[in-house]
Each structure stands twice: as C-alpha cells, then as structure tokens.
Design a protein. Structure first.
Length: 119
C-alpha cells in the first residue's frame, strides 16, 4: 500500500494509491482514480473525507475496514482522512502531492552550447 500518516495510537490506518500527480504547462491537471483503503482495530462507524469536498466521500457502519474509489481531476496537493463522522477528530490521513515539472529556473531554459555554435 502507499504510505499514509497513521494515528499515533495505531487505532486506524488509511492508505491511498496513487499519492503523486505530476503536472506541467501542457498538462496542468491530472485526471486520476484513487483507491482508498482503511482498517481499524475495532468495528464502528467510519467516514473517509477529503480537503476538496464539503461532505464525507463515504461512510461505513459497524465496519472494521473499507475500500472506496474516488475519481477526480487534481490541480493541487490535498489530503484524505478517516474519522468517525462529522466534527470528529482524524484517526488517520494521507496526502496526495502535486509535483510541477515546469520551473522558473533559467538554467533549464538556457540553450545548450555545441561545438558548432562556437565556430
């Protein structure tokens, strides 16, 4: 599974695949399908949410594990997290990073000098 930030007491874990989106000037966003899996030591009511949505993506009742697929267009770094419902603390989280290939570094754009350029 992809890395995730688990809670310090080990009560629950959350894993998300993939965790990286690479964009550049030609493709400013990623159209991605995320596989979100979680598990907990004890059965109960759990919800998976994200920074990009106002409501939970999905909730499970009396479950000890779950799986959800989320399709979305990604343009910025965001997080998924697991909790026990609205206004409850996070039990585990995972961050999806957006990496931008285009850079403002002038050295990348500088023309390569070849021997024939000097003649």
């Amino acid at each position: 599974m992809a890395a995730a930030d688990d809670s310090s007491d080990g009560e629950a874990s959350l894993a998300v695949k993939p965790l990286l989106c690479i964009v550049d000037q030609r493709t400013p966003s990623c159209n991605m399908r995320f596989l979100i899996t979680w598990q907990s030591r004890e059965a109960g009511y759990y919800c998976v949410s994200s920074d990009l949505d106002d409501a939970a993506l999905r909730c499970w009742g009396e479950a000890q594990s779950g799986r959800h697929e989320d399709h979305r267009e990604v343009v910025e770094t965001f997080r998924y997290w697991l909790n026990r419902g609205a206004d409850q603390p996070e039990l585990a989280s995972a961050t999806v990073e957006v990496l931008r290939k285009d850079s403002d570094d002038r050295r990348r754009r500088r023309r390569t000098k070849y021997v024939w350029d000097l003649l």
